[in-house]
Design a protein around this ligand. Structure first.
Ligand code: FAD
Length: 429
């Protein structure tokens, strides 16, 4: 049975796809795979862009291990099964008057898939999702079940582990009381945006922007906590702004750009001309998450925050110099540095994330290679779920806690049961 990722451009033929429904079943399948020496890869919702989960061995899908297992009243701690999607989790938390403090663009990922690759939203004072994790239940390569807690060094390794340490079956997460966000978006001159970047990033709870190569105008998005009652756009306005402009119009522009690459600069300027200001008050998770109907592939790099404007200018120059056909905006977000995970891409530094996209069936290689080269010049670290060409030797230099992570790998998976080609490339044999 062929498995494909969300974009549809990474495929594999696992020998079997197993869907365990309890931690004991997970442990039993791992023991049996270890006995026969059959490799195991655990998959979430398949929303990673690279060959991260591909396997010709056993693929383990945790869609049978979902739900809110426990809510600890008064502490903000919840126990969640690892296969729960973010969308399901948001609804379950909402019923208890709780919420995730921050989220990325979409909610289709599983909790384990999102956390294991360092998935993040935007917010200068907020870390990636892995920073919310206070405990992990992990099934190691010998089938033993481990509860990793705050006292255990292994927790720092397992938060962002790319499925290379074992199969995570449950998390304890720190969440927050439910809240509303005032979500504002609209066009902003690139010169003003980059000139006042620090003010915007520090002055808003969640600030991000879309930078359209060749265009003088960007789309800025500002989400701030609010006590106001919900104020939603009409269905018609929502349809025009989200379905028509964000998805269908962009899709049309991308299709035309794919056929007529020389016209892309003109199209990009035209698209930004249609941007209009919008404002609403929403339940937090509904404000964070957008509907994405366009299929694309992506690379994303975390760099020190202060290098953000320079890196964007460098990308603009390289697009012009090499005549690269780029009809998707760059997405720029901000995340607080942490040391909660050995492999956190924002380890030890407040960071900007710059994401470059390429429409499906267009050649992403020269553009992503150019972006990678530029990012590395600023000490960039790649998003673990997105495309990049680095190997373990290069990555080891970028991660101060690399060796701690490798120790945990030797402890939980000494024979490489959970490794595939991607894992061997990025983490070593
Ligand atoms: C349209 C789109 C929008 C996106 N938006 C954002 C965004 O806003 N911010 C951001 O940071 N990223 C974003 N991403 C990237 C995405 O969040 C990550 O790639 C994430 O890992 C996908 O989660 P998944 O459940 O699909 O996991 P998969 O892609 O299936 O797996 C990801 C990794 O997690 C491991 N894994 C899965 N389950 C387990 C488990 N139970 N135990 C151990 N390891 C496990 C897998 O082995 C693999 O290494 C986006 C991706 C798409 C396609």
């Amino acid at each position: 049975m062929t498995w494909a990722n969300w974009t549809g451009d990474e495929r594999c033929d696992p020998s079997v796809i197993l869907r365990p429904t309890s931690v004991e079943e997970v442990a039993a399948l791992v023991r049996s795979a270890a006995d026969t020496g059959t490799p195991v890869r655990v998959v979430g919702s398949g929303h990673s862009f690279s060959d991260l989960v591909l396997t010709d061995g056993i693929m383990v899908d945790l869609s049978g291990l979902t739900g809110l297992l426990r809510v600890e009243a008064g502490t903000g701690l919840v126990r969640v099964a690892a296969g729960t999607t973010l969308a399901e989790l948001n609804v379950l938390l909402d019923r208890h008057g709780l919420a995730m403090p921050n989220l990325g663009d979409i909610d289709h990922q599983t909790l384990a898939g999102a956390i294991s690759t360092g998935t993040h939203g935007t917010g200068a004072r907020l870390g990636n999702l892995a920073t919310q994790v206070t405990a992990i239940q992990l099934v190691a390569a010998d089938g033993t079940i481990h509860e990793l807690t705050g006292q255990d060094d292994a927790l720092t390794a397992a938060r962002i582990g790319l499925g290379s340490l074992g199969i995570i079956t449950a998390y304890t997460l720190k969440v927050v009381p439910a809240f509303h966000l005032r979500a504002q978006s609209g066009p902003m001159a690139v010169s003003e945006l980059l000139g006042r970047l620090t003010e915007f990033v520090d002055g808003n709870d969640h600030f991000e922007f879309y930078y359209f190569p060749h265009a003088p105008t960007a789309l800025a998005k500002l989400n701030n906590r609010s006590q106001e009652p919900l104020r939603r756009p009409t269905k018609v306005r929502q349809f025009v702004e989200v379905d028509l402009l964000e998805n269908q119009a962009l899709d049309l522009v991308c299709r035309v750009g794919r056929r007529l690459p020389a016209q892309i600069p003109r199209f990009n300027r035209m698209v930004t001309g249609f941007l209009t200001p919008a404002s609403r008050v929403e339940v937090s998770h509904r404000a964070f998450v957008s509907h994405r109907s366009i299929r694309f592939t992506e690379t994303e790099w975390s760099i020190p925050r202060e290098a953000c404007a320079d890196m964007l200018r460098d990308i603009q120059h390289v697009i012009e110099r090499q005549g690269l056909a780029v009809n998707f905006p760059l997405e720029v977000r901000f995340v607080a540095g942490d040391q909660a995970s050995d492999l956190s891409p924002v380890y030890g530094r407040d960071s900007a994330y710059i994401a470059a996209h390429m429409y499906r069936n267009m050649n992403w290689r020269p553009y992503f290679a150019a972006v990678q080269e530029i990012a590395l010049g600023y000490g960039g670290r790649p998003h673990w779920g997105k495309r990049h060409q680095l190997d373990a030797a290069r990555l080891a230099d970028l991660y101060p806690a690399w060796e701690q992570f490798q120790q945990a790998r030797r402890k939980f998976d000494p024979t490489g049961l959970f490794a595939n080609n991607h894992i061997r490339r990025v983490l070593g044999p």
